[in-house]
Design a protein around this ligand. Structure first.
Ligand code: COA
Length: 260
């Protein structure tokens, strides 16, 4: 597949997406959002891909937000449509059914932070800086940030970040649960890929159902969420991978999961 603004590489069952506009710190212009949409759909369909890493080109930035040159000149109605479109694309990553790991290699600001929030897990370089600075431009996040940040780190901490627009360090992000791991910058991509490879070795259908149960479960009552869990548990019990996983345990060997 050809993209104007992304690089897409494969390493076994792991795909790596690199947002590739380093001259503007990987700002997410509308064309990049569309590239991300096409990449998400392609990777979802590709059964050979079991985990994905998203990172930014260069050492300075994961993504420094929406492209301010484009935001500055939109009409209100069009801006709303663009926000809905961006939200849809980030939803695709959140619900891809495969683990998506943000490897945050520098600034993850605005839309960059929102892209990381839509990922399944976040690994940050110790040099990363994360925040939602939209308030300083007189705007608000438009790609899910107000919703996902509050769900991930809690309402009070989210409101502080959203209202101050401050950048926090990787260590602070780890402390509030915004990222899962912090690693030395030099090791970021290899560590994120190793984590992706580890998850790629798990039973794909069980991985998908865990992501679905957590994502959908957070949107419904506890009771309904538990019912969804039980239903997915019933479904996963019908898979070859369930038989292989339990058999391998009893035979004291490593399971070979096929996604069936
Ligand atoms: N949209 C468009 N261009 C951007 C951008 C964005 N979100 N973020 C950075 N750039 C561009 C800069 O305009 C600059 O372009 P230039 O070289 O043509 O002047 C280039 O990327 C490098 O950025 P610069 O600001 O010079 O780097 P810095 O190290 O001094 O500062 C940041 C880095 C991330 C703190 C700063 O670029 C910044 O605040 N960016 C905007 C973050 C933001 O508000 N995001 C939310 C957008 S809704």
């Amino acid at each position: 597949m050809d993209f104007d603004n992304l690089l897409l590489e494969r390493d076994g069952a792991v795909a790596v997406i690199t947002v590739n506009r380093p001259q503007v710190l990987n700002a997410l212009n509308f064309s990049t959002i569309d590239d991300l949409r096409r990449a998400a759909l392609a990777l979802k369909q590709d059964a050979g891909v079991r985990a994905i890493v998203i990172t930014g080109a260069g050492e300075k930035s994961f993504a420094a937000g929406a492209d301010i040159n484009e935001i500055a000149v939109q009409s209100p109605a069009h801006t709303k449509e663009l926000a809905l479109r961006g939200q849809h694309v980030f939803d695709l990553f959140e619900n891809l059914g495969k683990p998506v790991i943000a490897a945050i290699n520098g600034y993850a600001l605005g839309g960059g932070c929102e892209l990381a929030l839509a990922c399944t897990l976040r690994v940050a370089a110790d040099t990363a800086r994360i925040g939602q600075p939209e308030i300083n431009l007189g705007i608000i996040p438009g790609y899910g940030g107000t919703q996902r940040l509050a769900r991930l780190v809690g309402k009070g901490v989210a409101l502080e970040l959203l209202l101050t627009g401050k950048q926090i360090t990787a260590a602070e992000a780890l402390q509030i649960g915004l990222v899962n791991r912090v690693v030395p910058a030099a090791r970021l991509l290899s560590d994120a890929k190793a984590l992706a490879a580890e998850l790629a070795g798990k039973a794909p259908i069980a991985v998908q159902y865990i992501i679905e149960a957590v994502n959908r479960g957070l949107e419904v009552s506890f009771d309904t969420g538990q019912f969804l869990e039980a239903t997915l548990f019933g479904l996963v019990a019908s898979t070859d991978d369930m038989r292989e996983g339990t058999k391998a345990f009893l035979e004291k060997r490593k399971p070979d999961f096929r996604g069936r």
